[in-house]
Design a binder for this molecule. Structure first.
Ligand SMILES: Cc1cc2nc3c(=O)[nH]c(=O)nc-3n(C[C@H](O)[C@H](O)[C@H](O)COP(=O)(O)OP(=O)(O)OC[C@H]3O[C@@H](n4cnc5c(N)ncnc54)[C@H](O)[C@@H]3O)c2cc1C
Length: 321
């Protein structure tokens, strides 16, 4: 069987976990194996049900009392114990920071190889895997020879899609944790922002150095709010102190996958592009018709963003009456 590690937050599967289940269901089909899931740190029925919507036939639940929240060592130890006692044919987690951290912990404990951020995987005596490297600017083909292949699937490698719905069996997993496994654990959470977040926003209005100032982002805020989206920016902008790092899109920022990315005054350097390339559509607004972002965009407006963005806002307002 293929075991998928479920990442959850506030009693719900995170979107990356739904992607991992979708990726896992297709991978299990290729392997000719069942899809099963591991739920760690919670025994919430809603999470079990959600895993069933993506085809998980069994959910192994490990919720020891001492595990009060996420802890990388404890999660890694539990997944390693599951590998030893359940003998899955492969283990998959999502390619989030947390998923990669848990699998690295697991791999270290099992002294086994681990392939992070897979885009595609072909099982076999040796597994053939294509994975993202260098923040997504490089695709690497790797061969994995392991008793139990351990992998994560890259964020947005697939779109999440429920399927093969199941009413999963719940198997309690009796995990043993040592004091050392509990040294690092989430103790508190501080909400920095509410509502639509950058990685999940359906519309992102990005601004680059061409916006000209921190105040210049006011018009992008207006556009984002009209479209139910979020403002993003380039690293030039965060370096200039116009926006916080949490707004930065790119290799050293956030990877986005909106329905549309409206990139204003952004040249489209490779380090920015790798964070934006999963966008379904891109509209570039730029004075330079040869800017990389313009060349790669689905649509472009060649012009001064200080004229174009207000014109778009006025047109939306006019059409909405
Ligand atoms: C290791 C490393 C990691 C990096 N990580 C990231 C990252 O995560 N994210 C990221 O964004 N960058 C990253 N960078 C930086 C990246 O290389 C670029 O320097 C940066 O993306 C450029 O930002 P920009 O497009 O806003 O600025 P510029 O490249 O200066 O482009 C400004 C654009 O605005 C246009 N413009 C100017 N005025 C107007 C106007 N009035 N109207 C319309 N268009 C106008 C110009 O034609 C130009 O295309 C990284 C670099 C390194 C070395």
């Amino acid at each position: 069987m293929l075991l998928v590690i479920l990442e959850h937050e506030d009693g719900a599967l995170v979107e990356a976990a739904r992607e991992a289940l979708t990726f896992g269901r297709r991978l299990a089909e290729k392997m000719g194996e069942d899809l099963e899931a591991a739920l760690i740190g919670s025994d919430d029925d809603a999470l079990v049900e959600a895993a069933g919507q993506y085809g998980a036939q069994t959910v192994h639940v490990a919720a020891p009392d001492e595990l009060t929240d996420y802890g990388p060592d404890a999660y890694g130890s539990i997944v390693a114990q599951m590998v030893e006692s359940l003998s899955p044919d492969a283990v998959l987690a999502c390619g989030s920071s947390r998923g990669n951290e848990v699998m690295a912990q697991t791999a270290a404990r099992l002294d086994a190889p681990f392939v992070a951020n897979a885009l595609d995987a072909m099982p076999g005596a040796d597994w053939a895997i294509t994975r993202l490297q260098w923040g997504g600017s490089l695709l690497e083909d790797v061969t994995l020879d392991a008793e139990t292949p351990l992998l994560t699937c890259g964020l947005h490698a697939v779109a999440s899609e429920p399927g093969d719905e199941q009413d999963p069996d719940v198997e309690e997993f009796d995990a043993e944790l040592e004091a050392a496994d509990l040294i690092t654990m989430v103790k508190d959470r501080v909400v920095q922002e509410a509502g639509v977040t950058l990685p999940t926003a359906p519309v992102v209005c990005g601004g680059g150095r061409g916006v000209g100032s921190a105040d210049g982002f006011g018009q992008l805020e207006d556009l984002a709010s009209l479209l139910g989206g979020r403002v993003g920016c380039s690293r030039a902008v965060t370096n200039l102190g116009w926006r916080p790092h949490s707004d930065q899109v790119g290799q050293t920022g956030t990877r986005i996958a909106p329905e549309i990315y409206i990139a204003s005054g952004i040249s489209g350097a490779i380090q920015h592009w790798v964070g934006a390339m999963a966008s379904k559509h891109i509209l570039a607004i730029n004075t330079d018709r040869e800017a990389n972002m313009v060349v790669k965009a689905d649509w472009a407006v060649i012009g001064d963003l200080h004229e174009v963005v207000p014109a778009i806002i006025a047109e939306i307002k006019a059409r909405r009456g």
